[in-house]
Design a protein around this ligand. Structure first.
Ligand code: PEP
Ligand code: MN
Length: 345
């Protein structure tokens, strides 16, 4: 349920409503926008409806949230969320440019790639240490050794880092090394994992499951938000379809669709969506044009030797050219790409 306050409520009015909600045993979520102050309350709607909250001074309207996702909904939080991850903002006109190899393979390789993508303007470094591979015989990632390499490279180049966690038991370990936790497509509905990352205060990059609807994705975001972790970045990475000339089918309509329903930022991963370097630049440009809050691209300095997803990796030079184009597009659209702050040593 949402309690909409009259314009320009006094601090005392807000305090009073918040106190009453708490007294009733609910947790109030205050959202103070430029035009409106609203207080969201999650819980037993029938019990709340029975309360004469409308009678409290300063309250203009009490409305139920009709969507099954609450904390993730636009009704709950009318303004776009902006998250600041080590000085790199995402949402509300700030684009997050994530780049790096699919998997962390060695320190030398990651440093070589990180240096290039940073130079091209990427502001977040990616790399998998725990890899969800279709085959149990494929490279599974370097585990904690990989996390150490990633963290060191992030520090060296002053870039926040993102890496995937697959198992609730690994969450405590992974948060020691990363700035953003990635939940992969295959785990988007691993609810125990979502709850566990929800208990942390590390930002989450939540990738769309390969057969998940927009509503499913937002319900999964709700799992994380419900645990108190407010920083969820959605990520479209293509869905399964009958088409077999691309790895997945990129659903770009999800960008305005999710944005209409939710305040959470949404970025696009054209690498996993297409699986084809010849299609990635056009789809990355289309993503930014569609209003995405960033793009997530796999880059490798020697794709033919990559231990994972080599065939879809862009070369650093291709990535740099794409970033030039994306910068121009961002400018036209009035968006900014924050520079990763650190200084290379
Ligand atoms: C990845 O980012 O390397 C990955 C495995 O992505 P997804 O979960 O989208 O397949
Ligand atoms: Mn990959």
């Amino acid at each position: 349920m949402i309690i909409v306050l009259k314009p320009h409520p006094t601090a005392e009015m807000i305090r009073h409503v918040v106190a009453r909600i708490e007294e009733l045993g609910f947790t109030p979520h205050l959202s103070q926008g430029v035009a409106r102050t609203i207080i969201g309350v999650i819980g037993d709607e029938d019990r709340l409806q029975a309360e004469p909250l409308r009678a409290i001074e300063g309250v203009e309207q009490v409305v139920p949230i009709l969507k099954p996702f609450k904390l993730a909904s636009r009704e709950f939080h009318p303004e776009e969320s902006i998250f600041d991850i080590k000085g790199v903002k995402v949402g509300g006109g700030h684009l997050m440019m994530i780049a790096g190899p699919c998997a962390i393979e060695s320190e030398e390789r990651l440093v070589e790639i990180a240096e290039k993508v940073k130079e091209a303007g990427a502001n977040v470094l990616r790399g998998g240490a725990f890899k969800p591979r279709t085959s149990p015989y494929s490279f599974q990632g370097l585990g904690e050794d990989g996390l150490k390499i990633l963290k060191a490279a992030g520090e060296r180049f002053g870039m926040p880092v993102v890496t995937e966690v697959m198992d609730p038991r690994q969450v405590d370990l992974v948060v020691d090394y990363t700035d953003i936790i990635q939940i992969g497509a295959r785990n988007m509905q691993n609810f125990d994992l979502l709850k566990e990352v929800g208990r942390t205060r590390t930002a989450v990059l939540l990738k769309r499951g390969m057969s998940a609807t927009v509503k499913d994705l937002l319900m999964s975001a709700e799992y994380v938000l419900a645990q108190g972790n407010k920083q969820v970045i959605l990520c479209e990475r293509g869905v399964r379809s009958f088409e077999d000339s691309t790895r997945n089918m990129l659903d770009l309509s999800i960008v305005p669709n999710a944005k209409g329903q939710s305040h959470l930022p949404i970025i696009v991963d054209p690498s996993h969506a297409t699986g084809r370097p010849d299609l990635i630049p056009a789809m990355a440009r289309a993503s930014v044009a569609a209003g995405a809050d960033g793009v997530h691209i796999e880059v490798h300095s020697c794709p033919e030797k990559a231990l994972s997803d080599g065939p879809q990796a862009l070369l650093p030079a291709q990535y740099a050219r794409l970033m030039d184009e994306l910068r121009q597009l961002a400018e036209i659209m009035g968006k900014t790409i924050d520079a990763a702050e650190g200084v290379s040593v």
